[in-house]
Write a protein of this length. Structure first.
Length: 430
């Protein structure tokens, strides 16, 4: 484990690209593996999570060739996967485990999905329940925790209403639906990110989508594609936040994904007065993208709740870190899901914000962060608890704090943004 020192900065200036979108990279790789023919993926995410997906596919006898951010996958077809010779290790990636579980539920063999100590503490009953209703046989540890032992079987399509809005659960069920008899429908009370639906259509799958509902039919044929992954907005937000905090900042982020199910965080920042401009809008393979320009500006603060919370779940640690630099502070409500991420993100953010002098408070499903009236932040020892988003959020806060901030276990950012600290250093003027 390594530490990273963060000193006070004057501004963030320049332009850069952010890593390929994690969510889209996972989905493209899985669908290329289930397609017929050889597919190519450009700008595949360098994140450790996405490498875990490729490793699991190789464990299922899928031929994968990776050269940096370029990936070639020889599709096996829906029924061409082979039984793994060992448990499939999803590492720290909940997306890998949940999406592959849907795919594996329809196979003719048995497989085991496991992961690191953090992933083995994350809830999987939310996918075990719908897959079991479709006819799958899945054994989990007490409390519905991994490892998952999946005995593939003939599946039947269902109509499933998700009790908790989750793109991972939706995607798991839709992937299982490719193997099911009849049609499979997922209904959500809050529409979550729709990368799976867009990707399925790109691979030739007929999918019916309305607001909060998606339906696929089983027994379809997927066709291999050549695709380019846009930059990851959930990674870009940390650089955006840094530019907003530091006077004199002028930053441009190129080719960032702008899927409308992901841009709620930009809309929220705009309501706070953030000077953000989007140029070069375009759409490739069904995914909107563009260039984001941002510079420093005063922020009013605000409150996130209900459907907004679900749509911004990955960006909430960054918003909490912005709170002390806003006029009114930030309140995050209806966010119990943060308790079961890579770590308890509510507890981790409140603990670390208090370390730098912020009187943040937590409650069962959220937290409040006071605005700048609480006084300046000071450097401190930060424990991200192995969570990449906590580490990056507190690094951004450290840029605008007095003194030096030390991020312990800084390598954890490799889960989503391996070059984060180097990129920050390159753009920062001190």
């Amino acid at each position: 484990m390594s530490d990273r020192k963060i000193g006070a900065a004057r501004s963030l200036r320049g332009q850069t690209n952010v890593p390929g979108d994690k969510s889209i990279s996972h989905r493209y790789a899985i669908l290329e593996a289930l397609a017929e023919g050889e597919g190519e993926i450009e700008n595949y995410s360098p994140a450790a999570d996405c490498a875990s997906t490729l490793a699991c596919l190789e464990g299922l006898s899928v031929r994968v060739k990776r050269d940096g951010r370029h990936v070639r996958i020889q599709g096996a077809g829906l029924h061409g996967l082979r039984a793994p010779g060992a448990p499939l290790d999803a590492g720290n990636s909940g997306t890998t485990m949940r999406l592959l579980a849907g795919m594996l539920a329809g196979q003719s063999f048995e497989s085991v999905l496991t992961g690191d100590s953090s992933l083995r503490r994350r809830p999987m009953r939310r996918i075990v329940d719908p897959l079991t209703k479709m006819g799958a046989s899945i054994q989990a540890e007490e409390g519905g925790l991994p490892p998952l032992r999946i005995c593939g079987s003939q599946l039947a399509g269902i109509r499933y209403e998700t009790p908790i809005p989750s793109a991972q659960v939706k995607s798991c069920v839709l992937l299982a639906g490719l193997y099911a008899s009849g049609s499979t429908t997922v209904v959500e009370s809050v529409a979550t990110r729709d990368h799976t639906e867009r990707a399925l259509e790109e691979f030739g799958v007929r999918i019916a989508c309305t607001s909060g509902m998606a339906t696929v039919a089983g027994g379809v044929r997927l066709e291999a594609r050549s695709l380019e992954v846009p930059g990851d907005l959930s990674s870009a937000v940390f650089l955006i936040a840094a530019a907003l905090l530091l006077p004199g900042s002028e930053l441009r982020l190129n080719n960032v994904g702008l899927n409308p199910t992901r841009t709620a965080v930009l809309d929220f920042l705009a309501t706070m007065g953030a000077p953000i401009r989007i140029t070069g809008r375009r759409t490739l393979a069904g995914e909107p993208r563009g260039d984001i320009e941002v510079h420093h500006g005063p922020l009013t603060g605000g409150s996130v709740s209900g459907a907004e919370t679900a749509r911004m779940i990955d960006e909430l640690p960054m918003l909490a870190a912005l709170g002390p630099f806003t006029e009114r502070g930030i309140a995050i409500l209806d966010a119990r899901e943060l308790r079961v991420k890579e770590t308890d993100r509510i507890a981790a953010m409140v603990d670390n914000l208090r370390r730098v002098g912020v009187d943040a408070e937590s409650f069962p499903d959220g937290l409040t962060v006071p605005g700048r009236s609480g006084g300046p932040l000071h450097g401190a020892e930060i424990d991200p608890r192995g969570d990449h988003r906590i580490a990056m959020a507190m690094a951004v806060a450290g840029l605008a704090a007095e003194g030096e901030t030390t991020i312990h276990d800084a390598d954890c950012v490799g889960v989503s943004f391996p070059g984060f600290f180097d990129t920050l250093d390159r753009l920062t003027e001190r």
